[in-house]
Design a protein around this ligand. Structure first.
Ligand SMILES: NC(=O)c1ccc[n+]([C@@H]2O[C@H](COP(=O)([O-])OP(=O)(O)OC[C@H]3O[C@@H](n4cnc5c(N)ncnc54)[C@H](O)[C@@H]3O)[C@@H](O)[C@H]2O)c1
Length: 180
């Protein structure tokens, strides 16, 4: 079992469909169903027991602790985010709440679960956090493409909140469950 957050969104839903097209391993899909979530995208999985959908918030530590204990995933892939740049300029609060505080709460819940795993399960466990090229700022005509070593230069509430969540996930900040 893997836990996918934001699996009713644009990229997350396609990831879930693609995963289940190529694997028998079930997916626990946690999504708040904001304006951006659309369960119709996952209609083909309606009677598929490999897909377990839960409507909920990545910031809800109690729910997360319950789901992690019940389903015992071997990996977490965090797609859940407020993701629209223009919306972040007109209303940044939700971006801080989900992308910064929510990701932190998700990390803390997963760390609590990870701490109690057996050594071998700890080593193989993965937390994948999905970032965005927006954290590197803006390319000018003729600039080389960004690489992962480019300095962070966020220039919107969206990219600043994603940058903060990336740094929360950086190995060494919160123990070794984090990869992105
Ligand atoms: N779309 C892009 O072009 C793009 C590019 C680079 C990176 N990304 C990143 O990829 C990830 C997915 O992007 P997307 O385009 O699919 O986004 P999206 O806005 O389409 O979907 C986000 C999903 O997260 C859910 N969600 C929002 N807040 C939540 C919360 N607090 N708890 C649980 N679920 C919540 C929404 O309901 C929605 O289903 C994001 O992290 C985004 O920053 C997107």
């Amino acid at each position: 079992m893997i836990l996918v957050t934001g699996g009713a969104g644009f990229i997350g839903s396609n990831f879930v469909l693609d995963w289940l097209a190529g694997s028998e391993e079930p997916v626990l899909n946690l999504d708040k169903l904001t304006y951006a979530g659309n369960l119709d995208t996952l209609a083909s999985l309606k009677d598929d027991s490999r897909h377990v959908f839960v409507r909920g918030d990545i910031g809800d530590r109690e729910l997360l602790a319950h789901l992690l204990t019940e389903h015992r995933p071997r990996a977490v892939i965090n797609f859940a985010a407020e993701s629209h740049v223009d919306r972040s300029i007109s209303g940044p609060g939700e971006f801080i709440q989900t992308n910064v505080v929510g990701t932190f709460n998700l990390l803390e819940a997963v760390r609590g679960y990870w701490n109690d795993l057996k050594v071998a399960d700890k080593q193989s466990f993965r937390f994948l956090h999905v970032s965005t090229d927006e954290v590197y700022g803006t390319l000018l005509p003729g600039d080389s493409p960004f690489t992962e070593t480019h300095p962070y230069e966020p220039n919107s509430p969206y990219s600043a909140s994603k940058a903060a969540s990336d740094h929360s996930c950086a190995p060494g900040t919160i123990p070794t469950v984090c990869r992105y």
